[in-house]
Design a protein around this ligand. Structure first.
Ligand code: PBG
Length: 326
């Protein structure tokens, strides 16, 4: 038998210990931001039917949930409000009403867990009767008029003591507008994680069920990015950087791994990727049917997002991953 070339890559795969030693990418709970859905009231825990294992929680139960996660090593959370229809209006008034349950809850969370990193979403959709991220007039989404509302929302959220604002609306100029307003009002320490390359995606549907926030007409294509585009992400990244963003985000993650890598290679800012609701639900649905091994695929997906270049992953898998690792 003639012997093969002496270079045999399989030697570095021969045991679990060696495989771990030469692993180029690792995922840890430090990488995660865990999205949570807050609902008004007490003792509320309602599962989102399209997101098995993910619930709308009232503040009392959310505090418990945060405590459990902190004990598992997940220390960063992105909190979204599920707003009842009666509180929605065309100008998203409740988004900056300090007596509204969401803003009160944020204060409570920071009071109980000052060391937790709390992120919030800046966009009109959960509070808007139109279900759009911006102000609607005659069927169009107004850009500059929306900025004024986003500014009020950002200040009201900053006032609660949260750590990171996440403008997810995709209006032009919003990062700079919010940064200036924050600085003028003394909130120089509040960070901005911009939804930089946020695509107009079919993967957001379960999230819209969770918040009952689907657009009442049309779609989000005049403000969210076209999935066909890559270079446009560089324009958004350059603008957000110049306007003062502290982190750049790509969303969704899996169908956009190339965009994550593109921003990683072209920016010195930390890159976040949002492993969105639909990406989570697909895995859960296939695992429930026995078609996929859910745990294995979860690990592989999170690794792929890190390998693509993400420093931070917003993921509904965060708690589950942490619980299984420890
Ligand atoms: C709202 C917002 C959305 C998500 C985060 N912030 C939905 C949308 O733009 O319609 C989606 C998150 C997910 O699907 O997990 N501006």
């Amino acid at each position: 038998m003639t012997s093969l070339n002496t270079i045999r890559p399989r030697r570095n795969r021969k045991s679990n210990t060696i495989r771990s030693m030469v692993a180029e990418t690792t995922v840890t709970t430090n990488d995660f931001i865990y999205p949570l859905f807050l609902v008004d009231g007490k003792s509320q825990k309602v599962e989102i039917s399209s997101m098995p294992g993910i619930f709308r929680l009232s503040i009392d139960l959310m505090l418990k949930e945060i405590e459990e996660c902190m004990n598992l090593g997940v220390r960063a959370f992105d909190i979204f409000p599920a707003v009842e229809d009666q509180h929605k209006d065309r100008t998203a008034t409740k988004s900056y009403d300090s007596s509204f349950f969401y803003l009160k809850a944020l204060k409570e969370i920071k009071k109980q867990f000052p060391e937790a990193c709390i992120m919030t979403d800046v966009a009109m959709d959960p509070y808007s009767s139109d279900g759009h991220d911006g102000l609607v007039k005659d069927g169009r989404i107004l850009n500059d008029e929306t900025l004024e509302i986003l500014g009020k929302m950002a200040l009201a959220q900053a006032e609660t003591g949260i750590d990171i604002l996440g403008p997810s609306d995709m209006m032009d100029g919003r990062v700079g507008y919010i940064r200036t307003l924050l600085d003028k009002n003394g909130y120089t320490d509040v960070s901005i994680m911009s939804y930089t390359a946020k695509y107009s995606s079919g993967f957001y549907n379960p999230f819209r069920e969770a918040l009952d926030s689907a657009p009442k007409f049309g779609d989000k294509k005049t403000y969210q990015m076209n999935p066909a585009n890559r270079k446009e992400a560089l324009i958004e990244a350059a603008l957000d950087t110049e306007e003062g963003a502290d982190f750049l985000m790509v969303k969704p993650a899996l169908a956009y791994l190339d965009v994550i890598r593109l921003l990683k290679d072209n920016s010195c800012l930390p890159i976040a990727a949002y492993n969105v609701s639909g990406e989570f639900s697909m895995v859960k649905a296939a695992a429930q049917k026995g078609w996929l091994d859910g745990d294995r695929v979860m690990n592989e997906i999170l690794l792929s997002i890190k390998r693509a270049g993400a420093d931070i992953i917003l993921t509904y898998f965060a708690k589950e991953f942490a619980a299984k690792k420890i």
